[in-house]
Design a protein around this ligand. Structure first.
Ligand SMILES: [Zn+2]
Length: 347
């Protein structure tokens, strides 16, 4: 058995597929960290110092190895020009899409995330935790909405998917996806430059629950590869997040070259493990709602033990929720999640 590592050493060794002492654990917990704050939502999500302090407080409470810094899924879309709505009890959402018609795609302006309220807040929050924990804990500054999901926000998911189904506007669809890839790269580079250890591209809209694997291959995969190529280095890693049952596209997700794949509880663990083994680190797959939010401590223990047994052998596994945790997730269940990595995840 190896000597005990720091959280950062443990995460880096896991992602680099090198020997490590035990399975690391992450929390996808930003809604939880701010659950007790009663500020108006617009103020709350735009306050980087506050979001950073909330992440730090959660780390002090739970002692997880990897911090996911974010403020929802609307930040980059806002920087691209989408209007944001702030509803009580919810992360910011896009009020309506930006393009009335795909033919307007060439009018889109390059975003300036450093001067856009939600992106600026995530950058400040990441800086806040990096300054305090960056030498000990893995800090992921989530640039979030990957190229395809961002394109859905800008053009409207329904109309974009109708264009994709017809195939008649492919030139404009590809132009939009090139644009959103470049937006993602611009934002993610700011996290890289400040010293974050990684970033994340969320592609909920690319899930087989939403589009077919064939559509995924045509409209998502090339752009995922593009952002990974532009961003990954020896000390900066891209985490690629797709919700739902991604078993059918897992091999294609591995082929993006992303160092980390976030996957959820609906996936077939054995298929996913086989596809990723020796190439990519898996992060997940505990059900954030059914198990971590609503389940008992025993349910959490069972799910974590089964996940570790299936996914930890040979390394390349980070235990955590498969998607974002609801704000009222009980602390006792998070304690059990973290404890399971220590109890069952030793190498
Ligand atoms: Zn998700």
């Amino acid at each position: 058995m190896l000597e005990e590592m720091t959280s950062l050493e443990r995460c880096l060794a896991t992602i680099r597929l090198q020997p490590h002492d035990r399975v690391p654990v992450d929390l996808h917990n930003f809604m939880m960290t701010i659950a007790d704050l009663t500020l108006p939502p617009a103020k709350l999500y735009q306050d980087g110092q506050l979001l950073g302090a909330a992440q730090l407080a959660a780390w002090k409470r739970f002692g997880h190895d990897m911090l996911l810094v974010e403020n929802g899924t609307a930040a980059l879309a806002e920087a691209c020009g989408c209007e944001v709505s702030y509803l009580p009890g919810s992360a910011p959402v896009i009020a309506h899409h930006l393009l009335a018609d795909l033919s307007e795609v060439s009018s889109l302006k390059k975003p300036d995330p450093s001067n856009s309220p939600l992106c600026k807040a995530v950058l400040e929050a990441a800086r806040f935790v990096l300054d305090r924990l960056g030498d000990r804990v893995f800090v992921m500054g989530r640039a979030d909405q990957g190229p395809f999901s961002l394109a859905c926000m800008i053009a409207g998911a329904e109309s974009l998917m109708m264009e994709m189904a017809s195939g008649e506007s492919d030139e404009q669809v590809f132009e939009l996806l090139e644009y959103t890839s470049d937006c993602f790269i611009t934002y993610a580079k700011l996290f890289k430059e400040m010293g974050c250890h990684g970033t994340s591209a969320g592609e909920a809209q690319g899930s087989p629950d939403v589009i077919s694997p064939k559509m995924y291959e045509k409209y998502c995969l090339p752009y995922a590869r593009k952002i990974v190529r532009a961003l990954e280095s020896d000390d900066f890693f891209v985490s690629y997040h797709i919700c739902g049952d991604t078993t059918r596209i897992i091999e294609r997700m591995v082929s993006t070259g992303a160092s980390i794949l976030e996957f959820d509880y609906k996936c077939n663990k054995l298929v996913v493990k086989k596809a990723a083994a020796g190439t990519t680190t898996l992060l997940g797959p505990i059900d954030p709602s059914g198990v971590l939010h609503q389940g008992s401590v025993e349910d959490v223990e069972t799910a974590c033990r089964e996940a570790i047994e299936a996914l930890a052998p040979g390394g390349g596994f980070i235990l955590g929720p498969g998607c974002a945790l609801p704000s009222t997730t009980p602390a006792r269940n998070i304690d059990m999640l973290v404890q399971c990595a220590k109890t069952y995840g030793k190498y």
